[in-house]
Ligand binder design. Structure first.
Ligand SMILES: [Zn+2]
Length: 105
């Protein structure tokens, strides 16, 4: 089970974007990389297209490694490590590892 999934809110803990939080837009499970909204922007030169009639330079998120982020717990609002717990019906859930929280994410 993946610890970071699409639409999670994560906080960047290392690199140029340290401290920034954003939503996970895309996950590349095999590469352990994710794209986070507004994080690791790279400039791309684009040819003119329908969406961008003038062409030019646009900024786009580049993937970052999963180990550079922490999931922000939706309940306690703190960046946390994510635990995996197996329920009685054998389904797996993710939970916040803060001892005073433990919310299922
Ligand atoms: Zn929590």
């Amino acid at each position: 089970m993946r610890k970071v999934v699409k639409n999670d809110t994560v906080k960047v803990i290392s690199g140029n974007y340290r401290g920034k939080t954003g939503k996970v837009l895309k996950v590349f499970p095999k590469k352990n990389r994710i794209i986070v909204e507004g994080v690791n922007l790279r400039k791309h030169h684009e040819r003119p297209s329908q969406a961008l009639p003038q062409g030019g330079i646009i900024e786009k998120e580049a993937p970052i490694h999963i180990s550079n982020v922490k999931v922000v717990c939706p309940k306690c609002g703190r960046p946390t490590r994510v635990g995996i717990r197996i329920l009685e019906d054998n389904s797996k859930v993710r939970y916040c590892k803060h001892q005073d929280c433990g919310e299922i994410i």
